[in-house]
Design a protein around this ligand. Structure first.
Ligand SMILES: Nc1nc2c(ncn2[C@@H]2O[C@H](COP(=O)(O)OP(=O)(O)OP(=O)(O)O)[C@@H](O)[C@H]2O)c(=O)[nH]1
Length: 386
C-alpha cells in the first residue's frame, strides 16, 4: 500500500456510512470551522492594542497581523468553493481543509512559545497563553467530530509552548507543564465522546434513510414481476402527460392483457400462471426503456404502458411489437415450455394535450383492449382519444 493510500484511509470517515452522509458531515465540519476562523486575527489584534504592541514593535506586530489575515483569506477562498469540492472529490477536499486548518493554531501556539523568550512579545505573554487555551478548547470541541482535527488542534496549539517550557524551564514550568498535559488530555478524551455520539447518530440516520429508500422502492414495485406497480404508474402518469403536452408531442397509453389466462391457471396451476407473468414482466423490461416508457403491472394479468410517440404509426408499431414478442415467448415450467398470447388496446392523444384525465385516458385504452378481445385475441386495436 502506498503512503498516500495509508494517509487517505486514516483520514477517511467511517466507511460504513454512505458517501452522501460523509460529504454532508465534511461540509458541516468546514462550516463550523469557518465560523471560528475570524477569532484568530481578531484576538491577535485585540492583544496588540491592549498590550500596546503596535507602538512597541510595529513591524513584527503588523507582520503577524498580515499573516493571520492571509490565513483568513485562504480559508475564505476554500470556504466559498468547498461544497463543490467535497461533492467532486471528498478526499482531496478533506486534505485541503486540514492543511488550511493547521496554520491558525500553529501560529498562535508559536506566538505563545515565543512570548516566553522574546522581548517585544513578553508583555502579551499572559494574554497569549489565555487566548491560546481558550481558542484551542473552543476549536477542538467545535470540530471534534473530525478525528484528525480534534487531535491536530490541541497538539499544534499547546505542544510548541510546552516543548519550549520543557527545554528552557522557568519558575512557571512546574505548574504550567502538568496543567497543559491535563488540559490537552481532557480535551481529547471529552471530544472523543462527543464525536462518538455524533457518528452513532449519523449511522442511525443512515439506517433510517436506507430503510426509507428500500420501503419507497418496495411500495412502487410489483412483488411478483419486479416491474413497477400501478401506484408507481399513477404517481408518474401526470408528469409524463405534462412533458408530452409541453413538447407538443403525441402521447399513447397501451393496455395489454394475457389471453385465456384463467385456463393456464386452471390447467397447470397458479405457479405456471406466475411463471408466465414473471416472463412477461422480464420481456417488457427488455423491450421498453424506463427513460422513454412508463410501464407497470396494472393488476392481475393486465399491464400498462404510457409513452410519447411520434404518431399513430409509432404507437401501432409498439403495440404489435409487444403482441408478437409475447406470442413468441417460451416459458420453462416443470419440464415443458409454456407459451401464451396477449391482446393490446391503445389510445392516442394528439396535441394540444390536457393533463388532468388519467382515468379517462386509461378507460379509452381499456375500450380498445375490449375490442381486441372481441376480435379474437392475440391482436391489437387502437382508438383515437376524443
Ligand atoms: N397465477 C396468477 N394468476 C393470477 C394473478 N392475478 C390474477 N390471476 C388470475 O388471472 C385470471 C384472469 O382471468 P380472467 O379475468 O377470466 O381472464 P382470462 O382468462 O385471461 O380471459 P380473457 O382476458 O378474456 O382472455 C384469474 O384466473 C385470476 O385468478 C397472479 O398474480 N398470479
Amino acid at each position: 500500500m502506498r503512503v498516500k493510500d495509508v494517509v487517505l484511509s486514516w483520514m477517511a470517515f467511517p466507511e460504513t456510512l454512505s458517501l452522501s452522509i460523509r460529504q454532508q458531515a465534511l461540509i458541516e465540519i468546514e462550516r463550523r470551522a469557518f465560523a471560528g476562523v475570524a477569532a484568530y486575527p481578531a484576538s491577535w489584534i485585540i492583544v496588540c492594542y491592549a498590550e500596546n504592541l503596535y507602538h512597541a514593535a510595529p513591524l513584527p506586530s503588523l507582520a503577524v497581523t498580515g499573516w493571520f489575515l492571509v490565513i483568513f483569506a485562504a480559508r475564505l477562498a476554500l470556504h466559498l468553493k468547498y461544497e463543490r469540492q467535497v461533492l467532486r472529490q471528498i478526499e482531496t477536499a478533506r486534505l485541503a481543509f486540514l492543511l488550511l486548518l493547521a496554520p491558525g493554531p500553529i501560529s498562535l501556539g508559536a506566538l505563545s512559545a515565543l512570548s516566553l523568550s522574546t522581548d517585544w512579545l513578553y508583555p502579551a505573554h499572559d494574554s497569549l497563553i489565555l487566548i491560546t487555551a481558550v481558542l484551542c478548547a473552543a476549536a477542538t470541541l467545535n470540530l471534534c467530530v473530525d478525528r484528525i482535527a480534534r487531535i491536530l488542534i490541541p497538539v499544534l496549539t499547546v505542544v510548541p509552548p510546552a516543548i519550549f517550557l520543557a527545554l528552557a524551564p522557568d519558575d512557571e514550568s512546574p505548574t504550567i507543564l502538568p496543567l497543559a498535559a491535563i488540559f490537552v488530555t481532557y480535551l481529547i478524551v471529552s471530544s472523543e465522546n462527543i464525536s462518538r455520539d455524533y457518528w452513532t447518530l449519523a449511522e442511525a440516520r443512515q439506517r433510517i434513510q436506507d430503510q426509507a429508500d428500500s420501503n419507497r422502492v418496495l411500495s412502487v414495485t410489483d412483488h411478483l414481476t419486479s416491474i413497477p406497480n400501478r401506484l408507481y404508474f399513477y404517481q408518474l402518469f401526470a408528469e409524463k402527460c405534462k412533458a408530452a403536452a409541453e413538447a407538443q408531442s403525441c402521447f399513447a397509453v397501451l393496455l395489454l392483457d394475457i389471453d385465456h389466462f384463467k385456463q393456464i391457471n386452471d390447467g397447470l396451476g397458479h405457479a405456471a400462471g406466475d411463471a408466465c407473468l414473471i416472463a412477461l414482466g422480464a420481456f417488457l423490461n427488455r423491450l421498453l426503456s424506463p427513460a422513454c416508457h412508463l410501464f407497470a403491472r396494472y393488476g392481475g394479468e393486465e399491464f400498462i404502458v404510457a409513452a410519447q410517440v411520434k404518431d399513430a404509426g409509432d404507437v401501432a408499431r409498439i403495440a404489435h411489437e409487444i403482441c408478437e414478442g409475447i406470442s413468441m415467448l417460451r416459458v420453462p415450467f416443470d419440464d415443458q415450455l409454456l407459451n401464451f398470447t396477449c391482446s393490446v388496446g391503445y389510445t392516442l392523444l394528439t396535441p394540444p394535450i390536457a393533463e388532468d384525465y388519467p382515468d379517462r385516458v386509461i378507460a379509452s385504452a381499456d375500450r380498445a383492449l375490449y375490442e381486441a378481445k372481441r376480435a379474437g385475441r392475440n391482436t391489437v386495436r387502437g382508438v383515437a382519444w376524443q
